[in-house]
Design a protein around this ligand. Sequence first.
Ligand SMILES: *Cc1c(COP(=O)(O)O)cnc(C)c1O
Length: 221
Amino acid sequence: MTSTLETVQKNIASAACDAGRSSGDISLIAVSKTKPLEAIRPILDAGQRAFGENKVQEAAAKWPELRQEYDSVELHLIGPLQSNKVRQAVQLFDVIETLDRPKLARAIARICGEEGKIVTCYIQVNVGRETQKAGIDPDKLEGFVALCRDELMLPVAGLMCIPPSGGNPEPYFLMLKEMAARHGFKKLSMGMSGDYQTAIACGATSVRVGTALFGAREDRY
Ligand SMILES: *Cc1c(COP(=O)(O)O)cnc(C)c1O
């Protein structure tokens, strides 16, 4: 029987091929939020190492144990980060994908210095300019990049987005790609279970896939 991981890996490879890209240039982030350790271990056993969680508290309850069992885990924070949880986030995560405001950038820079830890960051852009959504406004991106990269010298690898739900995500993916190119960023974290092939066609270098790997979640995020 083909596992969900194999299916997603195959889909990534064929989307890359269709786009004339190498599948090695696209990483899969397995989004394990809400899923218990028993559900995560088989994916780790199959060799997957990059995972995404969107709550600091939940990651703290799950990943120290899994990191003891498995080497080379790379954990990505993909949910909103409150300033008072930055220290814990810096200790737990290898990558923070939701850098989206000056106060947070300053806190991450300060605490990474104190902890002596380098955490790769992605700037989250609110591509749909949705009031309820996290992410920096596209109009403020330029100044924010200057702050994060040039002033605070955070290791910003690229941009991340979650397009408005329901519509065609493609214009938003292309918009993120254009903004990344303009600022010299090579990495684009975009695409989820419903649209990762489209995201790959638009240049995604990592896709964040939960439901297609682990099945539906009970809670609403
Ligand atoms: C939950 C989540 C995902 C994964 O969503 P699926 O549709 O289950 O693949 C990806 N990115 C972010 C930021 C998420 O919160």
